[in-house]
Ligand binder design. Structure first.
Ligand SMILES: [Fe+2]
Ligand SMILES: [Fe+2]
Length: 278
């Protein structure tokens, strides 16, 4: 069994520090095998914000796959935005814009979808698609194969399609074809789980999961409480738990859980309901 914790949009520069502490405590308690951080580490890509994000991530004692988000590219400094867009991210967080983790049960690759030319939209390019295929296609079928991006491949209801990562229509079939099981993302500040077959019907009938995290620590929650996801994988089963913090004094607790089982067509829901009113 493998336990992954998926946090996103931590937005240092606009956080509730009490919630940051509750998050750190809960992650330590849950002792994950891997932590996924799907971008927007800072609010405005300032050095002090990256230092805070770095210190927070360092304090979590587990391997990590981290990708940048649109907020990690300077917005107002035109030189920095277009000439050295991820310089601070690279200096303070990691030089590696395509991190990869693999063990006997899972393989997880991180892809940078943040771009200088657009304020908030993201894109996955052909080079990145090829890199994922190179890593994933040869892997054992029992392994969980996951792709991490800031911008999502699918959306909950009520969102505009422009929030989807650009070029997803080309990327998704190519990635599903070599067995990508799960796409982790952030950006919307809304958590949820969707099946790719609805938006991307494939001739094979295969469906992957898009697991979306809300914001773990930012004070901009779009009406949702701060949250993160816990994914437990034990072939052929996968459980996604949603952990929410309604008030800092209460800390994070599991408020919903959905169980999936894998067959040749991808995932089917076994039990559970993502949205449980607490
Ligand atoms: Fe964000
Ligand atoms: Fe974002």
């Amino acid at each position: 069994m493998r336990r992954l914790i998926h946090i996103s949009d931590i937005h240092f520069g606009r956080v509730d520090y009490e919630i940051v502490e509750r998050l750190r405590e809960k992650i330590t308690e849950l002792a994950p095998d891997l932590i996924i951080v799907s971008g927007d580490l800072t609010q405005r890509a300032r050095s002090a914000q990256f230092v805070e994000a770095r210190n927070f991530l360092k304090s979590l004692n587990a391997p990590q796959i981290v990708v940048p988000g649109n907020h990690d590219i300077p917005m107002h400094n035109v030189f920095a935005r277009f000439v050295t867009p991820l310089e601070k991210y690279k200096r303070y967080i990691t030089e590696n814009l395509q991190p990869f983790f693999a063990d006997a049960e899972m393989a997880v690759i991180g892809i940078n979808t943040a771009r200088s030319l657009t304020i908030k939209d993201g894109r996955i390019n052909r080079r990145q698609i090829a890199a994922i295929r190179e890593r994933m296609c040869a892997l054992n079928e029992r392994m969980l194969k996951a792709v991490v991006t800031h911008h999502p491949f699918d959306l909950p209801e009520g969102f505009d399609d422009s929030d989807i990562v650009e070029n997803a229509g080309e990327a998704l079939p190519l990635l599903a074809d070599c067995g990508a099981d799960v796409f982790f993302s952030g950006h919307l500040h809304i958590g949820g789980v969707t099946h790719t077959a609805n938006r991307y019907p494939l001739p094979s009938g295969r469906s992957a999961l898009v697991i979306q995290a809300g914001t773990a620590t930012s004070t901009r929650g779009r009406g949702e409480a701060n949250s993160f996801n816990v994914v437990e994988y034990d072939f052929p089963s996968l459980a996604v738990g949603r952990w929410e913090c309604a008030r800092a004094v209460e800390g994070f607790r599991e408020t919903a859980r959905e169980n999936f089982a894998q067959d040749e067509n991808g995932w089917r829901v076994e039990s559970g309901e993502w949205r449980v009113e607490s």
